[in-house]
Design a protein around this ligand. Structure first.
Ligand SMILES: [Zn+2]
Length: 270
């Protein structure tokens, strides 16, 4: 029997439905079950794809391209991969990781909602703590180094970046990484972070629902909203700090603080 390209002998398409992929990610802790890498591919293990009649989430695992190649090139057995699937690396460590590439000639541009920052070492800070910061290369020709901290609307961490290494958490509801995008969801349709990179020159936060202290930060592709104040189409170029929210170092920024805000900040500093 001649097989249709992209289909097996049971007529099953190679394309795995999105909800099945999500169930596989959740079971595997969102990263490679062997090494914890955050870039993944999907592999049918039992039954293998050529024998499968349905895409059963329980029979599919997540592997990084390197570990996946070890299986497809027959250096590692499917039996061993099934053992790793019983105790995935990311569920042991609680995290999945990978690295961004910012080998750029100048400060990478950072876009958060409707606000773009170019040549800016701290695009946004809250309470004098950077949400995102950029350090210049340590050596000539080295990468710019981005660090950052993102959390959800309850203040729980969703993504951390330390000198270009990004770290997501396996107790998230969903972490989807593909084609230069990291999407973190708190539930069906509830995106708390969508980050898109265009290496080596830019990083863009296209969706964000985040709370730090009493500061609510929301972003869409067009708009940044901080405690109900919208910012659209802004460009900060050549600033040390772009947006500084509730700064003690910059008293002029504090005049609009409410008494409650001052009290909470004082408690936070105590
Ligand atoms: Zn791996």
């Amino acid at each position: 029997m001649e097989l249709k390209p992209g289909f097996n002998k049971h007529g099953l398409s190679r394309t795995i439905p999105p909800d099945v992929k999500r169930q596989v990610r959740q079971r595997c802790g969102f990263g490679c079950i062997k090494c914890g890498c955050g870039i993944i591919q999907y592999e049918h293990v039992d039954p293998e794809f050529h024998e499968a009649s349905v895409h059963d989430p329980a029979s599919i695992v997540t592997l990084c391209p390197t570990c996946h190649a070890n299986v497809t090139s027959k250096f590692w057995s499917k039996a061993t991969i099934k053992k790793y699937a019983e105790n995935p690396a990311c569920l042991q460590t609680g995290v999945l990781k990978h690295e961004f590439d910012f080998f750029s000639d100048s400060y990478p541009s950072i876009r958060i909602g409707g606000v773009t920052h170019t040549n800016c070492s701290t695009p946004i800070e809250v309470f004098d703590r950077p949400v995102i910061s950029i350090k210049p290369p340590e050596t000539k020709g080295g990468p710019f180094r981005i660090s950052g901290t993102f959390c959800d609307r309850f203040g729980a961490p969703t993504l951390k970046i330390v000198d270009n290494e990004w770290i997501a958490y396996s107790d998230s509801w969903d972490v989807e990484v593909s084609a230069g995008k990291i999407i973190i969801r708190n539930g069906p349709g509830d995106i708390v972070l969508k980050m898109v990179v265009d290496p080596p020159n830019s990083l863009s936060v296209e969706r964000l629902k985040m709370r730090m202290g009493f500061v609510d930060i929301e972003a869409t592709a067009e708009k940044l909203v901080i405690n109900g104040n919208s910012f659209v189409g802004l460009l900060f170029d050549g600033c040390d700090v772009g947006l500084s929210i509730y700064s003690l170092r910059r008293p002029a920024f504090n005049e609009h603080w409410s008494p409650l805000a001052r009290f909470i900040r004082a408690q936070a500093c105590a």
